[in-house]
Design a protein around this ligand. Structure first.
Ligand code: PMP
Length: 350
C-alpha cells in the first residue's frame, strides 16, 4: 500500500487533548447547553426509529436553521461540523486543476481541507497587525482566478473581523465562490449573512460548536444560493446526518434566546479579559470572537505556554507558526476560568 503522494507531507490537525483544570484552547463554549434542551433531546431519543435511516434531506433541521436567518431550507446545507461543509465545498467546487485562495494567518483547516481534496492553495498575506488589505486581496485573486476564496470573520486565530467592503469587492473580482467562515460570527458586530442571495456566489458557514454549546454534537451549516446547496448533494454521502444529530440541532434552535444570553456574557467576559491583558507585558489584538490572541513581549511564547500548562491552564500554542511567532490564543471561559488563567499568566510573566 502507498499513501497518495500529495498527502505524504500533510500532517493531521491536532490540538492536544490534555486533562487540565482550565481548558481554554479550542474555543468551545464554557457553558453546557440548557437543561431543558437536554431533557427534550432525551425524550425524543426514546421514540426515535433507530431501525430506519434518517431523513436524508434533513428538511426539518434545515427549515429550523433557515428560520434563524429568515431563509427557507433550500438555502441551508447542514453537515457534520462546519469542517464538513468546507470539505463539501472544496470537493464540489475545487479539486484537481482548480485553486482556493486564502489569506494567512487564518484557520488552518481551510488550506488543509483544500489540499486533501486536490485543490491547489494560493496564499496571500494579511498585514502587520493581521488586517486584511483590499489591495492584497485584489492582487491574489486577479492572479490566481481561484474557484474558491476563503475569508474568516472573525478570523481564527487573530480574532479580527474582515474589513467592511471586502465581500463586495470579492463578489466583483472573484471568478468563483466566496466562502465566509463565520464560525465565531455571533460574537461579532457584523455578518455577511445578509448578503446571501440566489444571484451572488457567496456562502456563509456557521457552526453549533461554539455559540450553541454543542461541540460534541458535530453540527455545522452553510447558508447560500439554492443552486450551491443542490450542487453539494453530489459530494455528500447518503444519510450523512444521523437522526440524533438532526434532533439535537432541531431542538437547539428553540433555545435561541438562551444562546444569545450566553453570547452576551462571553462578549462581556472578553472585555474584562482584554482589559486585564492590556496591563501585562504582551501584545494583544482586538477580538470579535470568543478568544484573544496574545504575544508575550519579554518571554518566549513556547515557554509561557509550558509554564501555564504546569499550572493546569491549557491555551492554544501558535508560537512556532509562521507569522504568529511567540503567539498564544486563549478562549474566553467562565469568569472563574478567566481569573485562573490571568493569575497563572501573571505568575508566569513575573
Ligand atoms: N471554522 C473555524 C474558523 C473554526 O475555528 C472552526 C473550529 N475550530 C471550524 C470552522 C470548525 O468547526 P466545527 O467543525 O466544529 O463546526
Amino acid at each position: 500500500m502507498r499513501l497518495r503522494d500529495d498527502l505524504t507531507l500533510l500532517e493531521g490537525y491536532h490540538s492536544p487533548q490534555v486533562d487540565v483544570a482550565v481548558r481554554l484552547n479550542t474555543n468551545e463554549s464554557p457553558y453546557p447547553p440548557p437543561d431543558a434542551w437536554r431533557a427534550a433531546l432525551l425524550d425524543e431519543l426514546k421514540t426515535l426509529p433507530f431501525h430506519r435511516y434518517p431523513d436524508r434531506d434533513a428538511t426539518e433541521l434545515r427549515t429550523a436553521i433557515g428560520a434563524l436567518h429568515g431563509m427557507g431550507p433550500e438555502h441551508v446545507l447542514a453537515a457534520n461540523g462546519s469542517n464538513e461543509v468546507i470539505q463539501a465545498l472544496c470537493l464540489a467546487f475545487g479539486g484537481p486543476g482548480r485553486s482556493a485562495a486564502l489569506f494567512r494567518p487564518t484557520y488552518l483547516m481551510h488550506s488543509h481541507i483544500a489540499r486533501i481534496t486536490g485543490t491547489e492553495v494560493v496564499e496571500g498575506e494579511r498585514g502587520a497587525d493581521f488586517e486584511l488589505e483590499l489591495g492584497e486581496v485584489e492582487r491574489v485573486v486577479r492572479k490566481a482566478q481561484p474557484a474558491l476564496t476563503f475569508l474568516c470573520s472573525p478570523n481564527n486565530p487573530t480574532g479580527r473581523l474582515e474589513p467592511e467592503g471586502v465581500v463586495d469587492e470579492l463578489l466583483e473580482l472573484a471568478p468563483g465562490l466566496v466562502v465566509v467562515d463565520e464560525a465565531y460570527g455571533q460574537f461579532a458586530p457584523r455578518s455577511a449573512v445578509e448578503k446571501v442571495s440566489d444571484d451572488r456566489p457567496l456562502v456563509v458557514v456557521r457552526t453549533f460548536s461554539k455559540t450553541w454549546s454543542m461541540a460534541a454534537a458535530r453540527l455545522g451549516y452553510m447558508v447560500g444560493p439554492a443552486e450551491v446547496v443542490r450542487a453539494l448533494e453530489a459530494v455528500l454521502l447518503p444519510y450523512h446526518l444521523d437522526a440524533m444529530k438532526q434532533a439535537a440541532g432541531r431542538l437547539a434552535v428553540r433555545f435561541q434566546a438562551e444562546m444569545q444570553g450566553r453570547v452576551a456574557t462571553i462578549v462581556e467576559e472578553r472585555g474584562v479579559l482584554a482589559r486585564a491583558l492590556a496591563e501585562l507585558p504582551l501584545d494583544t489584538w482586538p477580538s470579535g470572537a470568543n478568544f484573544v490572541l496574545i504575544r508575550p513581549r519579554e518571554k518566549d511564547g513556547q515557554k509561557v505556554w509550558e509554564e501555564l500548562l504546569e499550572r493546569s491552564v491549557l491555551v492554544r500554542n501558535f508560537s512556532s507558526w509562521p507569522r504568529l511567532e511567540g503567539c498564544l490564543r486563549v478562549t474566553v471561559g467562565t469568569t472563574a476560568e478567566n481569573q485562573a488563567f490571568l493569575s497563572a499568566l501573571r505568575e508566569v510573566l513575573a
